[in-house]
Design a protein around this ligand. Structure first.
Ligand SMILES: N[C@@H](CCC(=O)N[C@@H](CS)C(=O)NCC(=O)O)C(=O)O
Length: 207
């Protein structure tokens, strides 16, 4: 059996897929995603990370990868058994991808952690505006985690795995870029997620 995840340990969406693989207890190879190569274009038509290749079956989009991993392999279920729990999971998964990630990842993390280290120009005002927007988009997550241990119930699901890398990376930023301040329920959830073996297994620096 061959299972390869293409991505970077520093890519938040790759990190999410790695969390799901770790929680499931599935062994895989992490391979560099050469986004500009013709070979990679054949794997991912939009040239993003991650991509999973399981014995020649190729799937992209982090949530689709996690769902495939959950359904194709033995191990603990990574999504709720009931329809309402799954609805919550997909709701929060979509909210991470469509609202939080554009502000936090594309607005803050990419300019600060990818562009600036390469010497490329960064618009500080735009980054700080994106950080404020990201904090605002985390508000509904903060409210939900006031009444639930994880985003879709008592166990972590894809929604938590999508959010975790964005929170972990944001907490490591300095003010005023840090978009994770003033969110105590998210802080407590982060503590719960951090206790799981998958958290330390997938930390980018540890790969
Ligand atoms: N919706 C996609 C988003 C993937 C994405 O944006 N990945 C980023 C890394 S976290 C990427 O590939 N960035 C490289 C680029 O845009 O050139 C998913 O869920 O997989």
């Amino acid at each position: 059996m061959s299972l390869t995840l293409y991505g970077s340990p520093y890519s938040t969406f790759t990190w999410s897929a790695r969390l799901a693989l770790a929680e499931k207890g599935v062994a895989y190879t992490l391979a560099a995603a050469k986004l500009g190569s013709p070979e990679y274009g054949a794997l991912h038509p939009y040239r993003k990370m991650p991509v999973l290749d399981h014995d020649g079956f190729v799937v992209f989009e982090a949530a689709a990868v996690m769902n495939y991993v959950d359904e194709a392999f033995e191990g603990p279920a990574l999504k709720p058994a009931d329809a309402r729990g799954r609805a919550r999971m997909w709701q929060w998964s979509g909210a991470v991808s469509d609202y939080v990630a554009p502000a936090a990842v594309r607005g803050v993390l990419v300019p600060r952690l990818v562009l600036a280290p390469r010497g490329l120009a960064v618009d500080d005002a735009a980054v700080q505006a994106a950080a404020v927007k990201a904090t605002g988009h985390l508000g509904p997550f903060e409210a939900a985690l006031g009444t639930s241990l994880f985003l879709a119930g008592d166990s972590p699901t894809f929604a938590d795995f999508l959010l975790l890398p964005i929170i972990a990376t944001g907490r490591a930023l300095s003010e005023p870029d840090r978009y994770t301040d003033g969110l105590p329920n998210i802080d407590e959830w982060f503590g719960r997620m951090g206790e799981r073996p998958s958290f330390s297994a997938c930390l980018p620096g540890g790969s």
